[in-house]
Design a protein around this ligand. Structure first.
Ligand code: ADP
Length: 308
């Protein structure tokens, strides 16, 4: 199974012709309220691909927490993934414009209260899974605990440091697969290669930041480039992955879909190049529909895009 350690966030997103200006109030084409958060997205995305999924997501003690159990049940995820903590459930507000550009603000709420002790309560599930995936809408402490447990059990780990903050060296050392977008690559470079210019430009990334990261723990580092695809760096060299041409209407969730599909494919024994193709197809599929939860593709959607 896939073990997802992450966030639960109820997000409210408005599809608008253009982003509102400061002080302006716009009519939206549609406003969608749906459960999400990068943790839930990774879990749902993995489940849609047919993987067995377990994990740990925190909800608060407010009305927004009520979105969680039905969302998990609908997605075929086990209710045991949820831990209820005192406080506010994570919530977010976002916009998507006619070009498919997005902007988003998130209040992490009790996602930040997930602790190493909560992770230790799930140690058995972690020790028995095929891969542990995490992102940064939760604190460092539970991720470090989960990745330490994974290391001891010989289980691979995937980290998507989003939203970006510097990755503690010990956590980076326990990360096998690191997936970053261009914003996160710039943040990482500012932290470990402060003199690099344009570190997220693909050829620079392949020459500088990618290899620098490989010396600090990860054995596979992937930079996602939106509609320009992705590039991966391993000890054997670099692999480019073109984006699949789709009519993109909403890029929200593409990065989560990409990371989940990459982890699922690798856990199924795919080689890096094949896993990247799966991931890019999953990212492309996720841009074809509005919202995140409803937009994540099935393995059949991905196979269709891959012409299989
Ligand atoms: P994030 O959402 O984290 O910023 P990206 O925007 O880089 O991530 O998207 C992740 C992946 O999804 C890309 O590497 C690409 O494979 C796919 N993707 C994103 N946008 C598009 C698009 N417009 N067309 C096709 N594929 C896309």
């Amino acid at each position: 199974s896939i073990f997802v350690l992450g966030s639960f966030v109820v997000s409210c997103s408005a599809k608008v012709e253009r982003f509102p200006r400061p002080g302006e109030s716009l009519a939206a084409d549609i406003v969608t309220i749906e459960p999400g958060g990068k943790g839930l997205n990774l879990a749902v995305a993995s489940r849609r691909l047919g993987a067995e999924v377990d994990g740990l997501l925190a909800v608060g003690d407010d009305i927004a927490a009520a979105f969680a159990a039905p969302a998990l049940a609908k997605a075929g995820l086990p209710a045991t993934m949820l831990v209820a903590l005192p406080g506010k459930t994570g919530s977010g507000v976002g916009f998507t414009d006619a070009q498919g550009e997005t902007c988003l603000a998130v209040d992490a709420g009790v996602n930040r209260a997930l602790s190493a002790a909560h992770v230790r309560d799930r140690a058995e599930a972690i020790a028995g899974c095929a891969i542990v995936m995490a992102q940064f809408e939760i604190g460092d402490e539970p991720i470090r605990e989960a990745f330490t447990l994974a290391r001891r059990a010989g289980i691979p780990t995937l980290l998507n440091p989003s939203p970006f903050r510097p990755i503690p060296p010990e956590l980076l050392a326990d990360t096998h697969i690191l997936v970053v977008n261009q914003t996160e690559a710039q943040g990482l470079a500012a932290d470990i290669l402060p003199d690099a210019s344009e570190p997220a430009e693909p050829s620079r990334f392949v020459a500088e930041l990618g290899p620098a990261l490989l010396t600090r723990g990860p054995r596979l580092v992937v930079l996602t480039l939106g509609a320009a695809g992705a590039v991966a760096v391993t000890a054997e060299g670099a692999i480019g992955q073109a984006a699949f041409p789709v009519e993109a209407i909403d890029a929200l969730g593409a990065g989560d879909a990409f990371a989940a599909a990459l982890g699922v494919a690798l856990s199924r024994g795919s080689d890096t190049a094949a896993a990247l193709r799966q991931a890019a197809a999953a990212g492309a599929v996720a841009t074809r529909r509005t919202g995140v939860f409803e937009a994540l593709g099935t393995q059949a959607d991905i196979d269709q895009l891959l012409g299989q």
